[in-house]
Design a protein around this ligand. Structure first.
Ligand code: PLP
Length: 478
């Protein structure tokens, strides 16, 4: 039995049998660590849950409690936790070459090999990659790259990028501006100039009186409206996630993407697809572009590329843009210290090898993805669940106050009651990580989750929904 420097207060049991002094860790955390997307004061009052170990689809906290990680870390641990072959690859690479930059006519072998592997698994128009350290940096790169592209072609007035409300494209200044999160825009004078937004293709929000297909066309037409409003000769690109992840797993109607594609072609506007969540098997194929049949000019990736084991992101650059940058470009004055970091690339290479050799993506597509859908569909008999949406290994359920035959007649909880948060707290309390986005409860589990583990997760979710129901009744919210 190992002992931790912060000596144990109580006997606990994590797989490695280490004992932790949770209160001391929490006190230190509060004293010094400002967490991302966090109300610092509220966290200080409750104390952070200290995650200490992970295996497969499970986490353990410092009290020895086992937690089923329905969010795969943060939409990223696609191959599950505890992959020794990834840590071995990282260790070996660290000893051989822990770092070197690619700025000054130098390169490194893992970066070259990863570039080749990414081209192999990406749609055929992508033969080049630009590496970054994260998804946000990759979207910053997109912004600079599309503007550079139009400059080089002699159309520098084409600088406006169109995005969507409730999109998530990261948290740097460009990432948050490209994103459509109102709470982020409210802080720090965002979006920056030259970025405009259109409505999201969320049927439940905007589709009343229309079929799904009609609404898909309508939501796509907002892009054309915006292009005409801005002036087609001013627009550089449109950016979108294949389906919105952080926005609440919002899956567009089938008619949406073909129409978006048509509009982008009509006005010769570059299409950037942000695959940070959908990529690397999340929706049952390598990229969401395959599922929705999107032919993009640029493709953002991060998260699943290393299954989160190390930070890495990048942009797949399609032939149309790459040719101009290469042939006419001269220096592209952009890059990051950690672009093509050899150790992160080594982790990605091993992660891709695992996804391929274990046929994890095929398994999600043919077996576990459909089974997850069945599981979520089975929750529709619960009094709180008005609707479910699934795509591959992404799933969402909508909490409603009162159900109805027609989804537009359902009664929703008022936003300020925070019913999603209440439900999430019950999930956490019972060792289930599920995320709340407004009234949508979502999961994005490790892609290795088995049939038996899906059963376990659905049972746990159902139990916690019951607890939530009882709680809401007690609060007179129903
Ligand atoms: C997470 C995410 C990003 C940002 O990635 P970071 O690595 O956090 O910078 C960008 N786009 C999408 C769709 C994401 O989900």
């Amino acid at each position: 039995m190992k002992s931790n420097t912060l000596a144990a207060l109580a006997v606990v049991s994590t797989p490695q049998q280490v004992h932790y002094n949770t209160e001391a860790i929490q006190a230190m955390d509060t004293a010094h660590y400002l967490h991302p997307f966090t109300n610092f004061k509220a966290l200080a009052n409750r104390g952070a849950q200290v995650i200490v170990e992970a295996q497969d689809i499970y986490l353990w906290d410092s009290q020895g409690k086992r937690i089923l990680d329905g969010m795969a870390g943060l939409w990223c641990v696609n191959v599950g936790y505890g992959r020794k072959s990834i840590s071995d690859a990282v260790y070996t690479q660290m000893q051989q070459l822990p770092f070197y930059n690619s700025f000054f006519n130098t390169t490194n072998i893992p970066a070259v090999e990863l570039a080749k592997a990414l081209v192999e698994i990406s749609p055929p128009q992508f033969k080049h990659v630009f590496f970054t350290g994260s998804g946000s940096e990759a979207n910053d790169t997109n912004l600079r790259m599309v503007r550079r592209y139009w400059d080089l072609l002699g159309y520098s007035e084409r600088h406006v990028i169109i995005s969507r409300h409730n999109a998530y494209h990261g948290s740097t200044v460009a990432g948050a501006s490209l994103g459509g999160m109102s709470a982020m825009h409210a802080q720090g004078s965002l979006p920056i100039p030259g970025i405009v937004h259109i409505g999201q293709p969320y049927y439940l929000e905007g589709g009343k009186g229309l079929t799904q297909d009609e609404f898909g066309l309508k939501a796509a037409s907002w892009l054309e409206d915006k292009i005409l409003e801005v002036g087609a000769d001013q627009v550089a690109a449109f950016i979108a996630e294949p389906l919105q992840g952080a926005g609440g797993v919002i899956i567009p109607p089938a008619t949406y993407w073909p129409e978006i594609q048509r509009i982008c072609s009509k006005y010769d506007i570059l299409l950037i697809v942000d695959e940070v969540i959908c990529g690397f098997g999340r929706v049952g194929c390598w990229f969401g572009s395959e599922h929705f049949e999107i032919k993009a000019d640029l493709m953002t990736f991060a998260k699943g590329v290393t299954s989160g084991y190390l930070p890495l992101g990048g942009v797949m650059v399609g032939d149309k843009v790459a040719q101009v940058l290469i042939e006419k470009g001269g220096d592209f004055n952009h890059g990051f210290t950690y672009s093509g970091h050899p150790v992160a690339c080594a982790a990605a290479l091993e992660n891709i090898r695992i996804l391929r050799e274990e046929k994890i993506i095929e398994q999600v597509r043919d077996e576990t993805g459909p089974y997850l859908k069945q599981g979520f569909d089975s929750l529709l008999d619960h009094p709180l669940v008005g609707m479910v949406d699934t795509c591959g290994f992404l799933a969402a359920l909508v909490l409603v106050k009162e159900k109805a035959e027609n989804i537009f007649d359902m009664q929703m909880f008022p936003k300020d009651l925070g019913v999603g948060q209440i439900c999430r707290d019950h999930m956490f309390k019972h060792g289930m990580i599920m995320r709340a986005v407004g009234n949508r409860m979502i999961v994005s589990p490790p892609l290795t989750m088995t049939i038996a583990q899906i059963d376990e997760m659905i049972a746990l979710i159902r139990f916690c929904l019951d607890e939530t129901l009882a709680d809401l009744q007690q609060r007179n919210y129903l």
